[in-house]
Design a protein around this ligand. Structure first.
Ligand code: SF4
Length: 290
């Protein structure tokens, strides 16, 4: 099997077999994201996908977890996704879960009946890029979705029974919008009450200058301590119940994991210790990665 590179997956899918059901991202507009800019979006033919499955079933028959790449496999029409799920569970007898990224539009287009069917057929965690709960930030970064649509889409996934992993992007609003970006992000997550909230820190690599230019003359990137203060504000303002909060992505300066609300004070204590002595607690710059 040959992958169409580059390949991406969430940190928690590090041990999963990655199978590409699509190439690229059906949205591909987000200003901060260069993951699939070099790929023309397309849904693979089922027969081509099946060839990869049969090859991997022969070489990796004990596979327990599969991540469906690329950027939003949920865009595939429900009847084909059902066929994909049935094929995977038939060919990998030990398979425990199949997961994928999902963007809000994918979820809004599908009916509740379709989503419930996919869940019953073994589609598991959906990784959902909220990025920000603030409409101005979402518009500026060309996310293509509003705060209200995010809440509706996330709520729909949860109602259909999916574990939902929501990603938020620290620093996305820059210095000027920092407080509102986090306050609105915390309020969207609190309203959804997803299974997981994961925070990533804005890292743009070669896109940095272009991003800053597009965000306007008064845009300023956050320093690492300001990013840490955003994490603090987020943890402090999230009103979720039983949601696993984590900053395990390599872009972050401080890896954290806890259940909110019960671990709030412990998490805040760790962040405060890092703010007081950043040299001791924060990941050095050279160890950060996208
Ligand atoms: S929807 Fe996700 S994968 Fe697609 S461009 Fe935006 S951030 Fe990147």
């Amino acid at each position: 099997m040959e992958y169409d590179q580059p390949l991406f997956r969430p940190p928690s899918e590090a041990d999963s077999l990655i199978l590409q059901a699509t190439y690229g991202c059906s949205n591909n507009t987000c200003l901060f994201c260069g993951m699939y800019k070099m790929k023309k979006f397309r849904i693979r033919r089922f027969d081509d996908f099946k060839k990869d499955v049969l090859e991997c079933a022969g070489t990796m028959p004990h596979t327990k977890r599969i991540f469906l790449a690329d950027g939003d496999a949920l865009v595939i029409k429900t009847s084909t996704l059902s066929k994909i799920l049935r094929l995977l569970y038939a060919k990998f007898p030990k398979l425990e879960r199949v997961t994928s990224y999902a963007n809000p539009k994918n979820l809004l287009v599908k009916t509740m009946g379709e989503l419930r069917l996919l869940r019953e057929e073994g589609l598991d965690i959906l990784y959902f890029g909220l990025e920000s709960g603030n409409d101005d930030v979402l518009r500026k970064v060309d996310k293509g979705t509003t705060r209200a649509e995010m809440i509706e889409a996330g709520g729909k996934a949860l109602e259909a029974g999916f574990p939902l992993s929501v990603t938020v992007l620290l620093g996305l609003g820059g210095a000027k919008m920092s407080e509102q970006h986090i306050a609105d992000t915390a309020s969207v997550c609190s309203e959804m009450n997803p299974t997981y909230v994961s925070a990533l820190s804005l890292m743009l690599g070669p896109l940095e200058d272009y991003f800053a230019e597009q965000m306007g003359p008064d845009f300023r990137f956050l320093t690492k301590l300001e990013l840490l203060r955003e994490v603090r504000q987020l943890v402090d303002q999230l009103r979720t119940d039983g949601c696993i909060f984590r900053t395990n992505h390599a872009s972050n300066y401080l890896p954290l994991k806890g259940v909110l609300a019960q671990d709030r004070e412990k998490l805040l204590g760790t962040i405060d210790a890092a703010l007081a002595d950043p040299g001791r607690f924060l990941r050095p710059e050279f160890l950060r990665a996208l």
